[in-house]
Design a protein around this ligand. Structure first.
Ligand code: SAH
Length: 347
C-alpha cells in the first residue's frame, strides 16, 4: 500500500493529505528503503555524485524571539550573546573564498541591530568584493519592503523554515506574538520578490503528529520551494522543550527521500542537526536524497555561542578542520564536494 503511494508521488508529484497520513502511519523500514532508492536515483540523475558546499556564517545570536525549541531564544539567560562586525563577516567570507567557496549563508537570530541599512550595506560589500558568489540570508521575518531592499542589495537566496504548516502546532512551539500567517506571508513575499526561497521544518518537534507532517508535505508540494531544510528536533537543556526526546533520524531520512521524490530539483542540505543526532547522519542524508552540506565558517571564538540545541557538532574545531572532515565524509560514500554557486534550475 505504501509502495503504491510512493510510486504515485513519483509519477504525479502530489498526494492528498489523507494519502500522506497513510504513508506516515504505515511505512515500514522496507518502504523507507524503497523511497530512498528512488530518491537517490533522482538525485544522482539530476546532480551527479556532487554535493554543493555552502559556507554558513552565524553572525549574531541576539534574538528578539522566544521560540520554545531554540537555544538562543530571548529568555535564555545562560547564553553569552555576540554579534560579528561587518569586517569580521567579510573577513570570514573572503577567507573561505580563498578555499574555493562560492556560496555564503548569513544566519542570525532576529537581531534589531541589523536594520535594512546595516544589513544591505554588508550584503552590498560582500557582493562587490566577491562578485562570483551567491549570498543567502537566513535572518528571520522582515517586512516585504525590507526583503525587497535586501534583494536589491544583491542577496540571491533566503532560508526561512516555515517550522509548521499546521497553525495549531505552530502556536504550540512559538510564543503568542509569533503569527503563523505572517511567517507564511514572508515566504510568499520572498518568492515573489525573486529570491530562491527555502522553507522546512524540524522532525519530531514536541506536539508534532503525523497529520501535522502531512500538512507540511502538502504545503511544500504546493509552495514548491527551491530549497528545503529538514532536520530532527534536538532538545536544548535551557529551553521549555529541554526534557523532550530528539526527533527520529529514520523518520527524517524517510521525509528527505519523499521530499526529493516530490521536488526533484530542490536543493536540500544534509543538516547539522542530522549530523548531531547521528555520527554518520549527514552521509545518510546524502544517500537519502540531500545534495548540499553547509560547513560552519563562523570564527571559532563564537561557535559555542550559537547553540540552537545541545551538543551541536562542529563547535570544537575551526572552519578548515570542519571542511576537511565533511569532504572526507562525502568521499567515503563516493560523493565529491563542489564549491560552485549551485543555483536552482528547473531541469
Ligand atoms: N532566526 C532565523 C534563523 C533560525 S535558526 C529564522 O528565524 O529563520 C535556523 C533553524 O534552526 C530554525 O529555523 C529551526 O528550524 C532550527 N532549530 C532551532 N532550534 C532547533 C532545535 N532545538 N533542534 C533542531 N533544530 C532547531
Amino acid at each position: 500500500m505504501v509502495k503504491n503511494l510512493i510510486d504515485k508521488l513519483h509519477q504525479e508529484k502530489h498526494l492528498s493529505k489523507e494519502e500522506w497520513v497513510t504513508v506516515l502511519d504505515n511505512y515500514t523500514d522496507d518502504d523507507r528503503k524503497y523511497a530512498e532508492q528512488i530518491a537517490r536515483e533522482i538525485t544522482v540523475s539530476k546532480f551527479g555524485k556532487k554535493i554543493y558546499f555552502r559556507g554558513i556564517i552565524e553572525f549574531s545570536n541576539i534574538c528578539k524571539n522566544d521560540c520554545l525549541y531554540c537555544g538562543i531564544r530571548k529568555s535564555n539567560r545562560c547564553v553569552s550573546r555576540y554579534r560579528l562586525s561587518k569586517k569580521e563577516i567579510i573577513d570570514c567570507a573572503e577567507d573561505a573564498h580563498k578555499h574555493g567557496f562560492r556560496t555564503f549563508v548569513l544566519q542570525s537570530g532576529e537581531d534589531g541591530h541589523f536594520s535594512d541599512e546595516v544589513l544591505c550595506d554588508i550584503v552590498k560589500s560582500l557582493k562587490e568584493r566577491l562578485p562570483d558568489c551567491a549570498v543567502t540570508l537566513s535572518v528571520g521575518e522582515r517586512s516585504r519592503e525590507s526583503y525587497k531592499r535586501l534583494y536589491q542589495a544583491g542577496a540571491d537566496r533566503y532560508l526561512l523554515r516555515h517550522e509548521a504548516a499546521c497553525e495549531r502546532l505552530y502556536g504550540e512551539i512559538h510564543p503568542s506574538e509569533m503569527i503563523h500567517s505572517e511567517r507564511i506571508l514572508c515566504l510568499k513575499n520572498l518568492r515573489e520578490i525573486g529570491f530562491q526561497t527555502g522553507c522546512g521544518f524540524m522532525v519530531g518537534v514536541p506536539h508534532q503528529t503525523n497529520e501535522d507532517i502531512a500538512d507540511d508535505m502538502v504545503f511544500m508540494q504546493d509552495f514548491k520551494p527551491q530549497m528545503v531544510g529538514l532536520g530532527p528536533f534536538i532538545p536544548h537543556k535551557d529551553t521549555p522543550f529541554g526534557a523532550y526526546p530528539a526527533g527520529s533520524v529514520n523518520l527524517t531520512l524517510m521525509l528527505i527521500s519523499l521530499t526529493r521524490i516530490m521536488l526533484p530539483n530542490a536543493l536540500m542540505p544534509a543538516t547539522t542537526a542530522l549530523g548531531t543526532a547521528k555520527g554518520d547522519g549527514r552521509q545518510l542524508g546524502v544517500l537519502a536524497g540531500c545534495n548540499v552540506v553547509m560547513p560552519n565558517l563562523s570564527p571559532e571564538s563564537v561557535r559555542k555561542k550559537y547553540m540552537l540545541y545541545d551538543n551541536k557538532i562542529g563547535t570544537e574545531f575551526d572552519a578548515e578542520a570542519g571542511i576537511k572532515m565533511l569532504s572526507g565524509q562525502m568521499e567515503e560514500i563516493g560523493y565529491e564536494v563542489v564549491c560552485t554557486r549551485g543555483d536552482y534550475t528547473e531541469n
